[in-house]
Design a protein around this ligand. Sequence first.
Ligand SMILES: [Zn+2]
Length: 292
Amino acid sequence: MRKLKYLLWASSNYFSSSKCPICSSNKTKVIDTKYLVTKLLECSNCKILFRHPVDNPNFNKIFYQEEYIEKNCLVTNLPNDEALKKMIETDFVETDRNANRIYAIIKQLYKESELNNLQMIDYGSSWGYISYQLIQKGIQVESFEISKSRAKFGNSKLSLNIKTAEDELTGEKDIFFSSHVIEHHPNPSDMIENAKNLLKDNGFFYCYCPNGSEEYLKKDKKLFHLAWGQVHPFYPSKNYFSNQFKNNPYYIGSNLNPIGIKKMLNNEQYIGDLTGSELIIISKPNIHIKDS
Ligand SMILES: [Zn+2]
């Protein structure tokens, strides 16, 4: 039913403007098509890949309160008390929402002695399962989630303080973290700008998202095709992030390479393997290494 609604909406908006929803450029290139009425376009200016027709700016708020329930997916379905107890006892390992791989990278960004004084934002935290685990490891985490029901769940069941208004977030953070959020955001570049403002001068923007890079498209056209559409209006790529952070140190890759992380820490720009389904981006957006 939801899909039918989406396709009807897409058909009736087929001739709507195909301007880039981020930078308003008219110059776009078709990368892929789906169901005849939807297209994946790449903006020639800011390099974002976006779905056409584009969402109405007010759509996001309503959609993520009411409709966004990906079946069997822990991001949106709330566990019952028994399931939650088991998750906590087993460190979330059975649910694919364990924070170890996130923390493993944080440990590469800081010295052992610095790990207990870190202040971080978990942006788009859902009900806070990542925030909760990182707090157990000694990091001070401020969480933000657009869905009031998920924030309420995390606040009552995990004793968190998840905020639902972005302007309640406070600055001077070491890390601005997000996992599979930027591709849903109404404006990914605004999200990055917001991150810069909330970070210390040497703070890190640390992000996971689906990989819209051409290297992945070439490697697996079928899977590439599946990862954009109704719930993913954007498909961020190496080209988008390397343009966003063109004057800053960055690490862009679809898996972890400690050599690349070291280069980024030395204020270099590193692009690793890009053939996986996911992108990891770590940048120091307030450190300028080139003149713009
Ligand atoms: Zn653009």
